[in-house]
Design a protein around this ligand. Structure first.
Ligand SMILES: [Zn+2]
Ligand SMILES: [Zn+2]
Length: 338
């Protein structure tokens, strides 16, 4: 089988590898579609502490069951499925606190930029779902990033229905967050600099503004009868923007760090706002099996809506070109189709 093997910064090779052997509790998946995530691109251009080369990247994928281990009764060969790229152990202290996303003993798949991958038993058990006929393999790749959005939305600590939420950053994650917020009855507003991305958001009927043309402090006041936004979700990795977000949120509101920042970053925040104004600063990372299941349901209900985010399609052999295109911010979401 062919795999795109990441061999270090700026180096990815298409190599012939053996098809993985599976045990009686595992599944061999023939990958049909694997989306490229910001994390893959970051790893390719800058390296990543979680991915040591040589390895195969890619964690947003769907496919067909090629072989199911003898002990598996829930799935059969030939079924179209989506699988989570990792799942929590369910037993560690973090899992017992219902924080499966930060489980210390997660089971992982190896990487989906490959013709076949082995799905470990824990993921077969809690992170694999059969796709309805109307859900394309491409739409199904959005379930994983959507699961991260659901975790982010739940960390806001209030029901989002009818709330006013500013999402900073109109890239794939900002758009997915906003689409999900809309599905949950909230009216999100995206703040984004790129003209193409503003236009893209508006085509999806999401209100979108440019911070270069609109003063975000004034906007937040005017939009909310002077109270300020209920929450600001920062889907960009810029510390200054997180600091500024405290000026857009209401007393008792929430600022959320949704985009990951480097380990050595720091923020300057006035503690007066946190104590006297009761503004919460929260963060979130990845997803747990319950978020993945919710995301599966949301995409299953309106696959055609989420599919609109997929703007580019590549073959595995052109993966490098895909990484460069995304790095240059061409389009929104790219997938490798097999
Ligand atoms: Zn991702
Ligand atoms: Zn655990």
């Amino acid at each position: 089988m062919l795999s795109a093997v990441y061999r270090g910064i700026n180096k990815i090779d298409i190599e012939e590898r053996d098809i993985p052997e599976i045990s009686r509790d595992e599944i061999l998946l023939k990958v049909k579609s694997a989306a490229i995530c910001g994390t893959d691109v970051k790893t390719f251009f800058k390296g990543h502490p979680l991915f040591t080369p040589p390895c195969v990247l890619g964690h947003e994928f769907s496919g067909i069951i090629d072989r199911a281990g003898k002990n598996i009764s829930r799935f059969k060969e030939g079924e179209r499925v989506v699988c989570a790229p990792y799942i929590e152990c369910g037993n560690c202290d973090n899992c017992k606190d219902e924080l499966g996303e930060i489980c210390v003993y997660k089971s992982f798949v190896e990487g989906a930029f490959s013709e076949y991958i082995k799905i470990p038993s824990k993921i077969v058990e809690k992170g694999t779902f059969e796709l309805d006929k109307n859900i394309s393999f491409e739409a199904a790749t959005l379930i994983e990033p959507l699961a991260c959005c659901i975790n982010g939305i739940q960390k806001l600590k209030f029901e989002v229905k009818d709330k006013k939420i500013l999402v900073i950053g109109g890239g794939p994650m900002g758009l997915l967050l906003s689409l999900t917020l809309k599905q949950l009855g909230c009216e999100p507003v995206i703040s984004e600099i790129s003209k193409e991305r503003l236009e893209f958001a508006r085509k999806l009927e999401i209100e979108a503004i440019s911070p270069e043309e609109t003063n975000l402090i004034d906007f937040s006041k005017n939009y909310t009868n002077s109270r300020g936004m209920d929450a600001v979700i920062v889907a960009l990795a810029i510390p200054q923007i997180i600091e500024d977000s405290f000026s857009y949120v209401k007393e008792g509101g929430v600022v959320e760090i949704f985009g990951g920042l480097p380990k050595d970053s720091s923020l300057k925040i006035n503690p007066f706002l946190i104590h006297y104004k009761e503004i919460d600063l929260v963060g979130n990372f990845g997803f747990s099996s319950k978020h993945f299941k919710d995301a599966f349901k949301i995409v299953s209900n309106s696959p055609e809506l989420f599919e609109k985010l997929i703007t580019q399609r590549y073959e595995l052999k052109d993966i490098k070109k895909a990484f460069y295109d995304i790095y240059e911010k061409k389009g929104i979401k790219a997938v490798i189709n097999f």
